[in-house]
Design a protein around this ligand. Structure first.
Ligand code: C2E
Ligand code: MG
Ligand code: MG
Ligand code: MG
Length: 277
């Protein structure tokens, strides 16, 4: 079998390349041009603090407006971008753009930016973040980075050092998709995260499974004991929201509050009168 990785290897098998691999290679070529052609955009999804129903900030989510395919989901290109290292320049664009957008929002609203494992391998991450903050004028305290357990998978001294340096700047650090990996719990020991984002599969269980609240309750309790905020991801119904509140999560994010919206609509959303969700 031809190996999928290693360009030289699969060029050799080109005549037999299946359609999927040709698509992948086209995607790679297109993605290499997308930054220069300004085809990426950021959408923002608000996060709500349950106490007082207060908006506390938004998560930046990348969108790719592909000239032929239309809107491409990050799930369809971020993994490839990570694999071929393109996530480093793309991630830098995301960070700079997110800081520029967030500085136009009323303080103390913050912006959360997803940072990939490959970006942690790059030497320049901390300097890049500092530069994005100073170029935009956004205070570090209004920036949050979201990492998944992939970042801590090969838990190196260097990764932890990078996280600590970000924290020293005043940047907050969240553990994304908590509970889906192999050792989410043990990662909580490695680094004092500010926030745990409970993966939306557990929120879905609230509607689909008997005792679906047990895991949410446990994570909310864990967060409380450790002094971390807990945000439930993927909240879609008022019923889920009420049960999440009852289990002691501090924040929610999901379609019920808002779908991710283009940057130009964030301020409109923030100024709209909303007393209940
Ligand atoms: P994530 O960081 O866990 O982001 C949350 C995802 O859940 C987003 O998908 C969001 O649109 C979706 N979501 C939010 N609320 C709901 C809901 O109520 N129901 C449902 N069904 N889905 C909801 P999206 O935007 O497609 O992003 C997918 C993933 O792609 C993100 O997961 C993140 O891992 C990655 N990603 C997105 N933007 C970036 C980026 O700028 N950099 C990096 N490295 N990764 C990114
Ligand atoms: Mg995230
Ligand atoms: Mg998530
Ligand atoms: Mg996710």
């Amino acid at each position: 079998r031809a190996k999928l990785d290693g360009r030289a290897t699969y060029r050799f098998f080109e005549p037999e390349m299946d359609a999927r691999m040709q698509m992948r290679r086209q995607l790679e070529l297109d993605m290499r041009q997308a930054l220069a052609r300004r085809e990426f955009q950021l959408h923002y999804q608000p996060q709500l603090q349950l106490e007082g129903n207060r908006l506390i900030g938004c998560e930046a989510l990348i969108r790719w407006q592909h000239p032929v395919r239309g809107m491409v989901s990050p799930l369809d290109f971020i993994p490839l971008a990570e694999e071929i290292g393109l996530i480093v320049p793309i991630g830098e664009w995301v960070m700079r753009q997110a800081c520029r957008d967030a500085v136009t929002w009323p303080a103390p609203l913050s912006v959360a930016v997803n940072v990939s494992p490959a970006q942690f391998k790059s030497e320049r991450l901390v300097e890049m973040v500092m530069s994005a903050l100073s170029a935009s004028g956004l205070p570090a305290t209004r920036l949050e980075v979201e990492i998944t357990e992939g970042v801590l998978l090969h838990e190196s001294e260097k990764t932890l050092q990078t996280l600590h340096r970000l924290r020293e700047l005043g940047v907050r650090v969240s553990m994304d998709d908590f509970g889906t990996g192999y050792s989410s719990l043990s990662y909580l020991r490695s680094f004092p995260f500010d926030k745990i984002k409970i993966d939306r599969s557990f929120v879905k269980d609230l509607s689909d499974k008997r005792d679906g609240e047990a895991i949410i309750r446990a994570i909310a309790g864990l967060g409380k004991s450790l002094g971390m905020t807990t945000v439930a991801e993927g909240v879609e119904t008022p019923d889920q929201m009420e049960r999440i509140r009852a289990e002691g999560c501090t924040d929610v994010q999901g379609y019920l509050i808002s779908r991710p919206v283009p940057a130009s609509e964030v301020l409109k959303f923030l100024s709209a009168e909303r007393s209940t969700y």
